[in-house]
Design a protein around this ligand. Sequence first.
Ligand SMILES: Cc1cc2nc3c(=O)[nH]c(=O)nc-3n(C[C@H](O)[C@H](O)[C@H](O)COP(=O)(O)OP(=O)(O)OC[C@H]3O[C@@H](n4cnc5c(N)ncnc54)[C@H](O)[C@@H]3O)c2cc1C
Length: 495
Amino acid sequence: MATFDAVVIGGGLAGLTCAVALVSNDLKVAVVEREKILGGRARSWTDCVTGDPISIGPHILSSEYRNMLKLLRILGTENKIVWERDTFITMVTGRQEVVMKMAPLPAPFHFVPSLLADPTLANRDWLSNSAITLYAMSISENELLALDSMPALKLLERFRVSPAYIRRFWAFISMAVMNVPLELCSAASILRFYRRLNGKNGYRVGFPDGGLGDLFVPAAERFLTANGATILREVEVTEFIAGERVSGVALADGPHLGARFSIAAVPPRALEKMLPPGLSSIESLRNLACFQPSPYISVYLWFDRKLSDLRFWSRLYEAGDWNVDFYDLSNICSGWKRRPSVIASNIIYSSRLGKVSDREVVARTVLELSEFLPEAAKSTVRHAVVNRIPMAIPAPLPGWEHLRPRNIMPFRGLVLAGDWMQTGLPASMESACMAGWRAAECVLAEYGRPQHLAERHQELNWSAALLGGGVRVLRKMGTRHRTRTSFSRSAMACK
Ligand SMILES: Cc1cc2nc3c(=O)[nH]c(=O)nc-3n(C[C@H](O)[C@H](O)[C@H](O)COP(=O)(O)OP(=O)(O)OC[C@H]3O[C@@H](n4cnc5c(N)ncnc54)[C@H](O)[C@@H]3O)c2cc1C
């Protein structure tokens, strides 16, 4: 039986981040990946018809992805990201564009000028959102977690956010970022994201310049093999070998790999299948079946002409819409500027559509695209790819923040990683990388070599923290009983 210091199960971002950290500290590591291609839910490949790189689905990064950017820095691929200049997001409804820019104002006021200029909102609508904004800046982690069982829509109604603002803003971020409809989203999860969105300014969004996996997979493979790691592809781990501690893994084709530490960098349902009976009753491993997926359908369309000069836009989400976010890769990838449009889009929480054929998906995507870009209806789609992804992320349904494991070593020898860990972030590439660094910290500490690897996130900058602190003091002083603001009434309603 081959033996290692650590076996990393799963070659996605979490697993590769952890493996990179461990080999950098001279540990003997094996990475075992079930699929042919590494990268997991952030993988990409070459399209066999066009020869273009395509990803499992289009992804966005943020300049706040400190843990992912740290990985890319080590791998030397940080320059493969195309950053947006001044636009944060372009939201479209019909042919109308609503551009959100980050004004040079202290947080949480940096989006106010864009909101004021938004023709789809009356002043009373965005003012109706002030109370929840102040509340988000002022709440503690415990108060936030107390909202986990509440659906987000209920919280917004309690804060008397206007229906127009809910439709225009919250329904959109729920679908686009949290990946579930607002009525199904945990109030704690969305409020936590909102706190970060508004609590800091100066960040930018970016896109991979080419295939998403090309950002980290080839460089990680080179880095790992150069540092003595073994990478097994198309090999499935079936079970942990567990006695007093987990001492390795069993592989589908028979042999065992022995290891002092087994790092499970796989989604919760995959982890559940690998647990021998003795481990499945452990507190943080007991509820793995409760994680529900948010499935996606991602679409790639090669058009015969240029349709736009935008890189990225989103539809203002309306119930009944299929697509949420669109990307014109001809305006993103280096050297593609003169090419006809290659448009990628995501149909998020796609289980809401029931059974739909690829043909229907393509036709509906062209239709929705042409509502914003009428030229799309007149053009020819030369080639189309439809990717169906059973789980893009675990869905942040009410209760999900409590399901996420805090204890990353639930049993001796077994360490957990993955986007679904308790990182304080939405399940995302950044959460996966943060969990990967943390898993490595845990293993290295057991080897008596403690290290600080995961980058902590500062949630609020000075201005938002100051404002939040002031609101917190007022709340503590009980001013809510004396004032008649909707904020104080709503905050009380949430107790
Ligand atoms: C279409 C789409 C769009 C997205 N958009 C964004 C976005 O814009 N921004 C963002 O930040 N995030 C986005 N995400 C989410 C992001 O991709 C994931 O959060 C992240 O990639 C998860 O990484 P991970 O390492 O935790 O898990 P995974 O990538 O799932 O890695 C787990 C790996 O384990 C392997 N595995 C599972 N079981 C076994 C086994 N028994 N034996 C061996 N190997 C096994 C799997 O094959 C997989 O490679 C999106 C995801 C999708 C699919």
